[in-house]
Design a protein around this ligand. Structure first.
Ligand code: 5GP
Ligand code: MG
Length: 189
């Protein structure tokens, strides 16, 4: 039974880039670092997962941070849609978190690519009176736009390929894979 969960593979996946074991280990490390860094902000930390891509990351991350009293407020930003695999610019899709004044905001996102999502959210939260705004991403592409975007916490730097799994989708599929990998060309019909 266990094997079904530890075999990091799927018929539509070309290559596994980050295994489920590596993700689990790194998410705990990130959460521990954040827990230490925000000791001063206990009770005034607001974690903002960017939906839908950071759904799995956020769920694992906050469970690895039980020692901090924190709030979770979701936000939704759309940059890719359907079968697009290139960013079309980031737009807010839905309400922004409220009552951020004096709160330390930690944005959680699945992947840093063009940097549009983080730039947009950072400026929105700063203008709403947050005491501080930082970002934590699971993945960052090794491309200039991503590497030059301010981001305080990063799980893995990966090559510039379109990836799915662990929250990341292609046409809303594959978010449920426990690992991150590339799609076979034939799966991108
Ligand atoms: P950015 O705003 O930095 O260009 O991109 C951030 C968003 O674009 C991510 O939160 C994610 O939704 C989407 N994205 C960027 N690269 C990839 C990728 O390789 N695969 C998938 N599935 N989504 C991506
Ligand atoms: Mg996203």
């Amino acid at each position: 039974m266990d094997d079904a969960f530890t075999s990091d593979t799927h018929q539509d996946i070309g290559r596994v880039l980050v295994s489920s074991t590596a993700i689990a280990r790194r998410v705990v490390e990130l959460a521990q670092q954040v827990g230490d860094d925000y000791a001063h902000a206990d009770g005034r930390l607001t974690v903002v997962p960017v939906m839908t891509g950071s759904l799995l990351f956020a769920a694992d991350f906050v469970r690895a941070l039980p020692q901090r009293r924190l709030r979770i407020q979701l936000t939704t930003v759309s940059s890719y849609g359907g079968k697009n695999t290139a960013s079309r610019g980031s737009t807010l899709a839905g309400a922004l978190p409220k009552h951020l004044e004096g709160h330390h905001v930690l944005i959680l996102d699945d992947i840093l690519d063009s940097g549009g999502t983080l730039r947009l959210l950072r400026s929105e939260f700063e203008s709403r009176g947050a005491a501080s705004v930082r970002a934590c991403v699971l993945l960052r592409k090794k491309i200039p736009s991503a590497m030059s975007t301010p981001c305080e916490y990063c799980g893995f730097d990966i090559d510039d390929e379109f990836v799915v799994g662990y929250g990341l989708d292609y046409d809303d599929l594959y978010r449920n894979l426990p690992f991150v990998g590339t799609l076979k060309p034939e799966a991108r019909a």
